[in-house]
Design a protein around this ligand. Structure first.
Ligand code: NAP
Length: 460
């Protein structure tokens, strides 16, 4: 059964859902395509009424939306509330700014008039992951709906209640049938949807493996795609950083969402001068985390999203150790019910250890000691991933220089990589292509159309 809610805190199966039949999928596709023909022709202001209403509903019922996030994937309740608010902020941001972002842009041709308009494309299909079960949907749906597209979404199998709650949100906000459609579908049906001529673009957020499959299918059908894939963000600590504050951010950057963020700090690269002190303080802070019920505000260490995610990560850690890595702390399942893992630090990870190039999606930190800034930059760049990264230093100009030398889509100075409605999000290399959020995200699935006015008497 692909679509089921299982509480990772105690293993209880909460609900299961059937997949759509092919004829139900066809009916949904036809409704979406029909909806596009009217949705594309209404004004930004009219679309903004619906989209603003969706933001308002989420803002006014934060606890209600947060509950299935906690129950289905084990996010700590305060973080789940934060995700609901962030999602509502993103939706509001596009309701407010989309018209300005997509306003016609006048060109300055050598003669006559010309402008670029931004026209919607049609049905856009999203394949989305469970780790931020509303935020991922909000950053895909809100810009597209405001641009005049309609969206269909295949959400991850383990968060069906969040997927359905988000679809209900749009209905309640007054969106016409077909504007936002949640699809409980199989991988084969995903393939069929991408190939369907009524679908004009594909956005995936997820793993590199899924990205390759979905991007290949989109390419085969000459559909534009965006890919927001995995990462192995470097968290660089230079010798002049404020160590106590840096360690606090290291814990946040590693442990937010129990380490299950594409932009979690995954590789801690610390210059020799402060490496021992950093490692000691980092361990102390990680040891202080308290596992427990994610609904309890006193809990600071939640379970992983699923039992299988835990098994995968434990296996990855033990393979890393077999290949020569040293376990500084953790590495085991916590002896209690639920998918809990000890906060873990690995070091001595040599380039020939597969762990050197893998993404660890959970509470596992890879620790590297380097001589100086140049070595830190070289190590940070020695990765197939290129999503985000951060550098901690008291010297902002120096931080900017380091940021400039690192091959990722995002670099943060004195903060782990993070997100906001008005900051573009995305990567390079195996972390994918395209951007979501900010004024850039809304440009991905629009037709940048040239409209030229020429003199009818112009010489041929
Ligand atoms: P995943 O296995 O790739 O799943 C993501 C989505 O793709 C799910 O809806 C999944 O459906 C679907 N999917 C997977 N294989 C597919 C296939 N062959 N055909 C069609 N659909 C397929 O990723 P995950 O493990 O859930 O999420 C974690 C990954 O996402 C990490 O690598 C993380 O770094 C990355 N991520 C990236 C960003 C970003 O913005 N760059 C943000 C968040 C997460 P099922 O659930 O039904 O398998």
């Amino acid at each position: 059964m692909t679509y089921q809610s299982v509480n990772p805190y105690n293993g209880e199966t909460l609900k299961t859902f059937d997949e759509l039949t092919d004829s139900q999928l066809e009916a949904a596709m036809e409704t979406a395509a029909t909806c596009f023909e009217s949705w594309r022709n209404i004004s930004f202001a009219e679309r903004a009424v619906v989209v603003s209403k969706a933001a308002e509903i989420m803002h006014s019922r934060v606890d209600e939306f947060a509950l299935p996030v906690v129950l289905e994937m084990g996010k700590l309740v305060d973080q789940a509330r934060g995700e609901v608010t962030l999602s509502a902020d993103i939706i509001h941001y596009y309701a407010k700014n989309a018209e300005r972002f997509l306003a016609p842009r006048r060109l300055e041709p050598s003669s006559g008039e010309a402008e670029i308009t931004s026209n919607p494309l049609g049905v856009i299909f999203g394949v989305e992951p469970w780790n931020f079960p509303y935020y991922q949907l909000a950053r895909f749906a809100a810009p597209n709906l405001m641009a005049g597209n309609v969206v269909m979404v295949k959400h991850a199998g383990c968060v069906p209640q969040c997927a359905i709650a988000f679809e209900d949100l749009w209905r309640e906000a007054g969106a016409p049938a077909g504007a936002y459609t949640n699809l409980l579908i199989s991988y084969d049906q995903v393939n069929n949807v991408i190939g369907d001529p009524r679908v004009k673009g594909v956005a995936l957020t997820g793993s590199v493996e899924a990205g390759k499959i979905v991007a290949a299918r989109a390419g085969l059908n000459l559909k534009k795609s965006t890919m927001e894939l995995g990462g192995s963000d470097a968290f660089i600590v230079l010798e002049d950083a404020d160590l106590d504050k840096t360690v606090q951010w290291a814990v946040w950057g590693k442990m937010n969402n129990t380490g299950q963020c594409c932009v979690a700090a995954k590789r801690f690269i610390v210059v020799d001068e402060v490496a021992d002190r950093f490692l000691e303080k980092f361990q102390m802070a990680l040891r202080a985390l308290k596992p427990g019920d994610p609904m309890d505000q006193a809990t600071t260490l939640g379970p992983l999203s699923t039992e299988s995610a835990l098994i995968t990560l434990l296996d990855q850690v033990s393979r890393a150790v077999d290949k020569g890595a040293t376990l500084v702390m953790g590495g085991k399942r916590i002896d209690r019910p639920g998918a809990f893992m000890q906060p873990t630090i690995l070091t001595d990870i040599e380039p020939d250890n597969p762990a050197f190039r893998e993404e660890f999606f959970g509470p596992v930190a890879l620790f590297f000691r380097v001589k100086n800034e140049d070595e830190a930059v070289a190590l940070a760049n020695d990765s197939e991933f290129g999503l985000g990264g951060s550098v901690f230093t008291a010297d902002i100009a120096r931080g900017k220089c380091v940021a400039n030398r690192i091959d990722t889509g995002m670099m943060f100075i004195n903060h782990p990589t993070w997100t906001a409605p008005d900051l573009p999000f995305g990567g390079v290399k195996n972390s994918g292509y395209g951007r979501e959020l900010s004024s850039m995200g809304i440009q991905e699935f629009v037709n940048k159309k040239l409209v030229r006015v020429a003199s009818i008497d112009a010489p041929a």
